[in-house]
Design a protein around this ligand. Sequence first.
Ligand SMILES: CC(C)(COP(=O)(O)OP(=O)(O)OC[C@H]1O[C@@H](n2cnc3c(N)ncnc32)[C@H](O)[C@@H]1OP(=O)(O)O)[C@@H](O)C(=O)NCCC(=O)NCCS
Length: 328
Amino acid sequence: MTFFSKIIGTGSYLPPKKVSNQELTDQLAANGIETSDEWIFSRSGISSRHYAEVDVTSSDLAVEASKRAIDAAQLQPNDIDLIVLATSTPDFLGGFPSTACVLQNKLGITNGAAAMDVQAVCSGFMYALSIADSMIKAGTHKNVLVVGAEVFSRILNFEDRTTCVLFGDGAGAVVMSRSTEPGVLATKLHADGSYADILCVPGNVQAGVVAGSAFLYMDGQAVFKLAVSLLDKVANEALELAGLDSSQIDWLIPHQANIRIMQSTAKKMRLPMDKMVVTVDQHGNTSAASIPLALDQAVRDGRVRPGHTVLLEGVGGGFTWGAAIIKM
Ligand SMILES: CC(C)(COP(=O)(O)OP(=O)(O)OC[C@H]1O[C@@H](n2cnc3c(N)ncnc32)[C@H](O)[C@@H]1OP(=O)(O)O)[C@@H](O)C(=O)NCCC(=O)NCCS
């Protein structure tokens, strides 16, 4: 029997504290770190980002996004039989136990639904969506909650101006269900571990203390070059698998890291900028949360509608990258 998987509900959540470039510039200046709204916006397209309060975890953001997605899908939490959650900022050290398990409990899911975290940094949602699609198509699961949730502010070094201005916190979620009509038309994932050290948190725990650093490190220029060389290629691979060409795409929803990377991909794909959903200006880079956050925003404001064909793509630490073609 052939099963299809389809997104039947989306949701997202941003922590209330919004910090503009000017506010961040003023805060950093108080510690002797020099930056400006002009530098941040011109290099990245970011105007503001949201930060969670110190006692708020990824699962707290995930639970709000998930409730909205489950409501939009017109399901109850106990209809979910699998949670796949992408995060690089898990509630517990080493992601042990998984944030997906914490989320399951916070949602009041008592049916024994399977729950797992996925670690592919900013490509995490692409990986999670692809896993959910495969499990539904294999016939083992029917209603999968796919989540990207991050409190990236926890791993930012606010003395490193080259990274701390670029990232924010948030969560996005979709419910994917078994369907009689095609939804996810194609997915393609890749990784190359030889680039592990250009975007990483270069520490681990030894004898109960952090050895190395618990802060995000990024070689910005290397990441930039790699991202622009990979994203259109994987998008074209996914298009080919779906038997489509880019003129048939209604919306491009890329990982929201940097407007210049996003513009470059759109140009190479011959997609006009008005077909691209942009949230990086308001959210900054929310890592695994950025794609489902942007998707939910575009669904809720009426841009992405049932029947539309959407190209999702992302790139992140690992290095990892992936794309998906979806019929909404
Ligand atoms: C990080 C990034 C915005 C930096 O832009 P860039 O044009 O490459 O800037 P550079 O690193 O060359 O730095 C240029 C200058 O700005 C300075 N600078 C860096 N951060 C700054 C900041 N926040 N404010 C002001 N100046 C800053 C640098 O020190 C450097 O000064 P120098 O020339 O005197 O040494 C860019 O490399 C980038 O977007 N990389 C990809 C990031 C990304 O998307 N990561 C996530 C992928 S999932």
